[in-house]
Ligand binder design. Structure first.
Ligand code: ADP
Ligand code: MG
Length: 222
């Protein structure tokens, strides 16, 4: 089953002579459970693509469907709700809430949605990411790698249709990056979670089910 599909996706920033064509017509399909790595040089359009896939910014042209829903047919408020329920994000900056404990951060999106926490499932995710002993800690008591593992747990906890990650290890040293990326991949597999991840890490990219290469706003391979 196709869980994510874009058609003719274009994004232009600015206009006239200073216009930047960040995406020049991207058609991408991701099947349920797939782990896709997106690679490309700096400025090639990776983050722009991820923002469109997650409904964080509207394209200039084209469509994005997530689990059958045309994202940009939704008004802002409905899009926000859809995103919270169906899309998990992991960014380079972990974006944890400093006053909340590890556990509270992990279940926050579920609680914001007024939904019930599936404690058994969340417990499994926490264990898979090796966070069991740190549940009461505050983010600033954790290492960078641990903070990113919390962000990954938070992204998985609501059982989203898709998890989108933009250079999730951009702030980590290479050893920790390997650990975190490896865990993310293994955890995704274990829970059958569809993931699209931007990465510079060629090793991880090669272990993905598929690598999509972007150059100058176009998919050139994958
Ligand atoms: P990548 O993530 O592959 O490094 P980006 O998607 O961030 O690439 O950027 C693609 C192009 O769009 C670059 O030329 C970048 O400078 C430009 N760009 C990205 N975001 C904006 C923005 N908000 N306003 C103007 N130009 C932007
Ligand atoms: Mg980027």
């Amino acid at each position: 089953m196709t869980i994510l599909e874009t058609q003719g996706l274009k994004k232009v920033y600015g206009s006239g002579e200073t216009a930047v064509h960040a995406l020049r017509g991207v058609d991408l399909r991701v099947e349920n459970g797939e782990f896709v790595a997106v690679v490309g040089t700096s400025g090639s359009g990776k983050s722009t693509l991820l923002h469109m896939l997650g409904g964080l910014d509207r394209p200039t042209e084209g469509t994005v469907r997530v689990d059958g829903q045309d994202l940009f047919a939704l008004k802002d408020e409905a899009l926000t709700i859809f995103r919270r329920r169906r899309i998990g994000f992991v960014f380079q900056s972990y974006n944890l809430v400093p006053m909340l404990s590890v556990y509270e951060n992990i279940v926050l999106p579920i609680q914001l949605d007024g939904a019930r926490v599936d404690e058994a499932f969340v417990g499994e995710v926490i264990a898979a990411l090796g966070l069991d002993r740190r549940l009461r800690a505050l983010p600033n008591q954790l290492s960078g790698g641990q903070q990113q593992r919390v962000a990954i747990a938070r992204a998985l906890a609501a059982k989203p249709a898709i998890v989108l990650a933009d250079e999730p290890t951009g702030n980590l040293d290479s050893r920790t990056s390997q650990d975190v990326l490896g865990l993310m991949k293994v955890t995704g597999r274990r829970f059958g979670q569809t993931m699209v991840m931007i990465t510079h890490n060629e090793e991880i990219a090669q272990t993905a089910d598929r690598t999509v290469r972007i150059e100058d706003g176009r998919i050139v391979a994958g």
